[in-house]
Design a protein around this ligand. Structure first.
Ligand SMILES: Cc1cc2nc3c(=O)[nH]c(=O)nc-3n(C[C@H](O)[C@H](O)[C@H](O)COP(=O)(O)OP(=O)(O)OC[C@H]3O[C@@H](n4cnc5c(N)ncnc54)[C@H](O)[C@@H]3O)c2cc1C
Length: 221
């Protein structure tokens, strides 16, 4: 792997010290920031010591979720923000981001209500099974927070008779199922490369270089 001195980064003879912003790390966070700055016309250099999007951003589970599990801690603002981001990805990158239906089998009506209340009032206890009432409440809230502009269908509850007519081989102890939607991303690496190209095309002062490593930094950081 080659390491370049910061003043040798530009083939055009520009000095790295002339830059407004240097971003070290071309994962989704660095690339997202790179594009935001480029769209505002700010000269910015993005470097990565390896291929772009070859770190954590390529190793994720590829679920674009709205943070359903954060509801149990009443982190409503975080869930709303995640749902908005999920919707933006579905709208802006439909070629990579697709709906992901998930079906939860449910075995009781009331399980999990007391631990959920304890959690909300700050006395956490071990999470156990979640019953139909708790799941229905959580998914209804999830749909509400997604808002009317959500591009995904709302959740669906199915009772025993419908469930077994659709899936006869399901565990006979299931009393109902809940199907809700999140999204999945097929190729995060490709999305990242598109964002880089978009940023470079929209701002003449935005450049991205891979196989360039940040070794040290001086001055204001
Ligand atoms: C197992 C797992 C599953 C996940 N699943 C999901 C999921 O389903 N949905 C979801 O939204 N999030 C998920 N996440 C979280 C998500 O993947 C991360 O939050 C995100 O990828 C972090 O991106 P990043 O840009 O901060 O880091 P990275 O993608 O790791 O990027 C950092 C980059 O910096 C570069 N770098 C490091 N040092 C230097 C240097 N000195 N000079 C130049 N470059 C350098 C690296 O090469 C790397 O490319 C998951 C995370 C993990 C670990």
């Amino acid at each position: 792997m080659k390491h370049y001195h910061r003043f040798n980064l530009y083939a055009q003879g520009e000095k790295a010290s002339d830059l407004s912003v240097l971003i070290a790390g071309g994962g989704i966070n660095g690339i997202g920031l790179f594009r935001e700055l480029a769209l505002q016309g700010i000269d910015v250099l993005l470097i990565d010591k390896s291929d772009f999007c070859s770190g954590t951003s390529a190793a994720m589970t590829r679920i674009i979720h709205g943070g359903l599990r954060y509801l149990e801690n009443a982190e409503l603002r975080l869930v709303r923000e995640s749902l908005r981001e999920r919707n933006l990805l579905l709208a802006n990158a439909p070629h990579y981001v697709k709906p992901l239906p998930t079906t939860i089998p449910i075995f009781s009506w009331t399980s999990g209500i007391i631990p959920a209340i304890r959690n909300l009032i700050g006395w956490p206890s071990k999470p156990g099974d979640r019953g139909a009432i708790l799941i229905k409440t959580g998914l209804t809230l999830y749909d509400l927070l997604a808002g009317r502009k959500s591009l995904l269908p709302r959740h669906k509850f199915r009772f025993r008779h419908t469930v077994f007519s659709l899936r006869p081989s399901l565990n006979p102890e299931v009393i109902c199922t809940a199907t809700y939607y999140d999204a999945r991303i097929t190729y995060p690496e490709r999305l990242c490369l598109e964002l880089i190209q978009d940023a470079e095309a929209s701002c003449p002062g935005a450049h991205a270089l891979n196989y360039v490593s940040l070794q040290s930094a001086t001055g204001k950081q």
